[in-house]
Design a protein around this ligand. Structure first.
Ligand SMILES: [Mg+2]
Length: 211
């Protein structure tokens, strides 16, 4: 079997990446703009469910909003070396399988995703790593290109995708005739509240015996 894994909220908790990015941005703002409480403000917004516009909102609240500053902060966030760790069950799963039987498909900007891959040391466990950001925006999920590349010469029934986001992760593997996907539903994951599609197997840890 070829186990193809997502990264964010599948192998580690994405909220840890967000926290780590806010810390780096907060430090830069403290040193360069005398802003002492960026982290607290941004994290409070994140915890209350805000997504996508947190930098804009905090800078507006602080009265220092400008577009170039936001772009710079987004850049710092995406290139920072994150302080993140593999979940214990994810580490066990990766160690339990041969490198040749593991692949990764991760959606997102190349610099951010590769920083996570390095921080989690994933190249030591997995043969094939595909970041959709390297392929071009049109190939982000749910486009099947990354899945076709991950599959390589294997038959489709031999491939299974393991991921957390019911909204975008499982369409392509279903279309390609892969084995039923596994939806991992971690307690603190960002998409926890979204139901698992009927066609998927749900687990809360990668050490679940259904896997
Ligand atoms: Mg994910």
């Amino acid at each position: 079997m070829l186990y193809v894994l997502d990264i964010d909220d599948t192998l580690y908790l994405e909220r840890d990446y967000v926290r780590s990015g806010f810390c780096v941005v907060g430090r830069w703002l403290a040193e360069n703009r005398n802003v002492e409480d960026f982290f607290e403000r941004a994290w409070t917004l994140f915890e209350s469910g805000a997504r996508g516009n947190i930098f804009d909102t905090v800078l507006e609240d602080l009265g220092i909003f400008d577009k170039e500053l936001v772009s710079h902060l987004v850049h710092l966030y995406r290139v920072h070396h994150p302080d993140i760790l593999l979940q214990t069950d994810a580490m066990e799963f990766l160690r339990r399988h041969k490198q040749a039987d593991l692949a990764i498909i991760s959606d997102g900007y190349s610099s951010a995703q590769w920083s996570k891959i390095r921080a989690l040391n994933l190249e030591q466990y997995v043969d094939k790593i595909i970041v959709t950001g390297d392929l071009g925006k049109e190939f982000w999920k749910p486009n099947p290109r990354a899945y076709i590349l991950a599959q390589g010469g294997r038959s489709s029934e031999e491939c299974v995708y393991i991921a957390d986001n019911s909204l975008k992760d499982f369409k392509a593997p279903a279309r390609l005739g892969w084995a039923p996907s596994v939806r991992i539903r971690r307690k603190e994951s960002l998409h926890y509240a979204i139901d698992t599609p009927e066609s998927c197997i749900e687990v809360d840890l990668l050490t679940d015996e259904k896997l």
